[in-house]
Design a protein around this ligand. Sequence first.
Ligand SMILES: Nc1ncnc2c1ncn2[C@@H]1O[C@H](COP(=O)(O)OP(=O)(O)OP(=O)(O)O)[C@@H](O)[C@H]1O
Length: 750
Amino acid sequence: MVAESVEEVPDAAELAREQLYFDNAWLHREEMRGTASSIPRAAANSGAAAHMRRYAQARLEQLGSSDDQVAFGRIDDESGEPLYIGRHTIFDDQSEVLVVNWQAKAAIPYYEASYTDPLGLTRKRSFQCTGNTIDSFSDLVFAQLAAAVESLETPPVELSDALLRDLEQVRTGEMREIVETIQAAQFELIRADADQVLVIQGGPGTGKTAVALHRVSWLLYNEHERLTPEQVLVVGPSPTFTRYIRSVLPSLGDANVDQRDIGKLAPAVKADRVEPVDLTRLKGQARMAGLLARGLDQRIGVPDSGNALQVQVNKRAVTLDRDTVTRVVEQVRAMNGSYNERRQILRERLLAVIRDEIRGGFGSARQSQPEGLLDRLWPPLTAASFLRELFGSGARLIAAAGDEFTAAEVAMLQRRPTDRISEERWSHADVALLDEADALINGAPARYGHIVVDEAQDLSPMQLRSIARRSATGSMTIVGDIAQSTGLWSRDSWDEVLEHLPATLPHQIRDLRFGYRVPRQVFELAARLLPQAAPFVEPPQVVRDGPAPEVHRTEIDERAERVVEVATRHAGKGRFVGIVCPDACRKAILQRLDADEVKWSDGRDGQLGQSINLTSPTEAKGLEFDAVIVVEPEEIVSGDPRGHRMLYVALTRTTTHLDIVYSGKLVAGLFGDDDGGDTGEEQPSAPPAVTVPAQTRTGGSNPLSEMVTEMLAKEVAGQIRDACPEKLWSPVLTRVAELLGHPPTAPEAR
Ligand SMILES: Nc1ncnc2c1ncn2[C@@H]1O[C@H](COP(=O)(O)OP(=O)(O)OP(=O)(O)O)[C@@H](O)[C@H]1O
């Protein structure tokens, strides 16, 4: 469990001294801001001025706003020399550093010093400010901390008040930077070597996304000679997620990083075609890459038809020698390079063949039109036209499939093309195929020096290939949680992801163990799913408490009303609310929201609103809300091949409040094993959360289950008592047991 850290209370004189330092640093920062603003005025011409304006703007952004506190921390080493840590470096008139920025190597001990290894520090101070006015500060004095810890049996997790305060803050629709409170284990990953594939694995809310984004900022600062913001790509699972995280890097001063969702990597198409699950899965498999490569190669060749080798030279038809053309085509086909690069080479070679053929008889070869012949030998294609023609032709598909696909799979891939290519409708799975085809036809896309992939555990092999081909060096940060891996590509191991990523650099898988988002009471409930969802995963250790989850049992036709009622109650208290509901319940809830004129936002639109948001469990991945309402958990479980994982995701989106609204069955195992068939009346709230540590949640008695049993038993007893005389109680109970399929054990046998 987490222990209180040893922190000193500030004294007034020291506070005043610190404020003087802050005021002085503030004045110097203002001077630096003034200098930055005047840079464009020094430009010799308008071109230079534009360039300098951009530079000045970037410099001003780096320096933050006038209202920002100059520093958030200070470290003192054994020499007694303090070092102030802030978001931006501040110099005085003699170019001495007054405040060092958090990414600087000198700031490392601020994050990584601990009572076991203080890294030469005697003290770490954290400031709480309003603007640049220090309200208070707290100190960790490492010698005192070590002494205090020695007296404890279990070493504590060091948690500062600043961290706990930060975690308690009300959330908005956008993720925030966490530079003030990054924890040592997180910082170690943030500054891990760039030359690797670093996999950050961790339970919900362990800070994986936050760490990956701060890692980008760290690398941009410390590796600036080889990495610019434009050379970094951050890939998220959905537009909503990308919007949710998009302001973190700009707020760290790194605005030009390319942040996109996985659907936006390929050539732009509208991907709204709905396809059967089997087809989506087939299209995501890596062997589709072979099919596309073969299919494209099969578009090249010398046609049999009579006039195929005719070209017009100086308005006269000339037929080229078949053997010669065939030899040239085969030579070019065997070359390296994209389809279009080689097509260009073939054009040049055809001109040479024409030159030889006419030997000056029909005028110059330059007056020939080889385009028609070129198109017949090597047709002009775009990714979309190639894929449309491939899927539209059984013969082409069969030839491209070779031995690697069954006849049934080929039949599944075939579809009738639309009359016009602009009318073609593409599916999500097609997007990665279009990207693969585009790379084959036009060559590799723009490549990046470092790529971050969030929620990587769910991506298809074809999507992973899309990402891999954008990596210039193999340097990547892969983020996710195997216990949250759901959908068609749910996995039990990172190896299945790594096999599709570049292997030019070594990889390592690192765990984050502390859960910062989800309060203990909620996590203990969610963790009950883990033995079934991901038995091999060690649950994170939660760091704070919150209110117990509430369970609402309603009639099916009152379910939407109850959901909206709970959501508006939370929203009324200024909370950022997420309704996580399976598709089957969605319509009724949104109708109810509209009927009640409640302002809400649709997670499918790619943007979260400030108040009530409606999302599916899949869309909710990676997001968080102050209050989460999970609707009909049983349907969430049955709606995904890894339904228990999906429910685990849904339940762990909250930073504070969790409500579960259901009308059917409650998922077996969530509240114990006996609650699946409960038919009781409304159950206004769940029993309080158990205090069993997550690590010991399996085996032994189950207090939550006992409480539910007790509650339901009392409810049923009340109904029987009200409904019939005492002499009927026993036969009624016997009949109830029979109806449930469990004849009661004879009393004497118990
Ligand atoms: N050191 C920290 N200081 C302050 N807040 C933190 C810290 N670490 C994590 N958090 C907060 O915890 C919450 C969860 O973080 P994040 O979304 O990065 O977790 P995650 O591991 O990616 O979760 P999930 O697996 O659910 O996507 C965020 O609100 C984040 O700001």
